[in-house]
Design a protein around this ligand. Structure first.
Ligand SMILES: [Zn+2]
Ligand SMILES: [Zn+2]
Length: 376
């Protein structure tokens, strides 16, 4: 079944602000809330739909992915052609700065009982070369993972002790507050929604019940990937709380500057210096491409700025499979450090071309005419 557009579900415009989204969500959530529509399947479906749209559009990462790729960008079953292999667990070393950048908070679930939060998403910045981006490659990355604490077996309580039911919320994880005419349900401030209090936290995990470690993930970078694109690894983000689902891991691609080529979408550009005599006489030249050298013939009288397009020598688009072109921009090089003999030949050459008048240098002629008009 085709999914409805998230913006349409919430009845907001595509560029809607977070405030607008929140406002619209609150209105719709009130309307379809199961408490107000008991045994109404249709309302329940609508409520779920509204909730999903809201969660997607208020998570900046997900919203961006959705705006760019539609449902495919946020659907856990479609991964942009890239993929992850199984992780081989690893332990020990400290986490690098790359994980200093942790974003996206968990979103609370509704209803009675402990608040369930989805884990935060993680971003991993992966720097690759243009060649790797063009051809695709497999690599491994080290990412954090969380294991159940061996000491307390995940309870977070010091061995020999037990978590106790929170007295503030009586274990519901939520408290009702009276505000004017409304009764509002809130996450319990004492137990933060878990419904339990740990009187003596486990020393090994500080009461979290889990311990952060490292694991190795295999990442398949698809050919044609571009700067700023992300590959998602579902469920490899931070773990959720109170049994909530884990967040996702996003591998963000950063392509290093290339010595020869500049990339523009699927096309490549390069500057191609050719000698003054080659430009005048024409002839065969060799140009580099990402798949090896190719040669082609520049015509007689080639000028600086002239662009040659080599069809299909660009980069294959990661989605469409269409291959871009390579544009070679000619830069005629003025010869330097000439010997006396070379200078003599050039003077002779200059004398002969001057005799031929303006036909050898139409650009200069046109320019001189304009200058003359300007002064008269
Ligand atoms: Zn522990
Ligand atoms: Zn509580």
């Amino acid at each position: 079944m085709a999914k409805r557009d998230f913006y349409e579900i919430l009845g907001v415009a595509k560029g809607a602000s977070e405030d607008e989204i929140k406002k619209s969500y609150r209105k719709l959530a009130m309307k379809y809330h199961p408490d107000r529509n008991p045994d109404n399947k249709e309302a329940e479906e609508k409520f779920k739909e509204v909730k999903e749209a809201y969660e997607m559009l208020t998570n900046p990462e997900k919203r961006e992915a959705y705006d760019r790729y539609g449902h495919a960008g946020v659907d856990p079953n479609s991964g942009m052609g890239g993929g992850f292999g199984g992780g081989a667990g690893g332990f020990g070393d400290a986490f690098g700065d790359i994980f200093g950048d942790i974003f996206g908070g968990g979103r609370g679930g509704r209803g009675g009982g402990p608040q369930v939060y989805r884990g935060a998403d993680l971003r991993y910045n992966l720097e690759i070369t243009l060649e790797q981006a063009a051809h695709g490659f497999d690599t491994t990355i080290r990412v954090p993972s969380w294991d159940k604490c061996d000491t307390c077996h995940g309870s977070g309580a010091k061995p020999g002790t037990q978590p106790v039911t929170c007295t503030t919320c009586a274990g519901h994880g939520q408290v009702r507050m009276q505000q004017g005419f409304f009764s509002i349900q809130q996450t319990c401030p004492k137990c933060h929604g878990s419904g339990k209090i740990i009187p003596e936290p486990c020393a090994a995990c500080g009461g979290a019940g889990r311990i952060k470690r490292n694991k190795t993930l295999e990442v398949k970078i698809p050919a044609g990937i571009d700067n700023g694109m992300r590959i998602r690894s579902s469920g490899n983000g931070e773990p959720g709380t109170n049994g909530g689902p884990p967040g996702d891991l996003y591998v963000e691609i950063h392509i290093k500057q290339h010595a020869v080529f500049q990339r523009e979408g699927d096309d490549l550009h390069c500057e191609m210096p050719i000698s003054f005599s080659k430009a005048a006489l024409g002839g065969e030249i060799e140009v580099p491409t990402l798949t090896g050298k190719v040669s082609f013939t520049v015509p007689e009288g080639t000028q600086t700025g002239k662009t040659f397009r080599l069809k299909g020598k660009g980069i294959k688009n990661v989605r469409s499979g269409y291959t871009g072109d390579l544009f070679c921009h000619v830069a005629v090089e003025t010869p330097v450090k000439l010997t006396d003999k070379q200078k003599e030949l050039l003077r002779e050459f200059d004398r002969l071309t001057s005799e031929g008048g303006s036909k050898h240098s139409p650009q200069s002629k046109g320019w001189m005419d304009k200058v003359k008009d300007f002064f008269e």
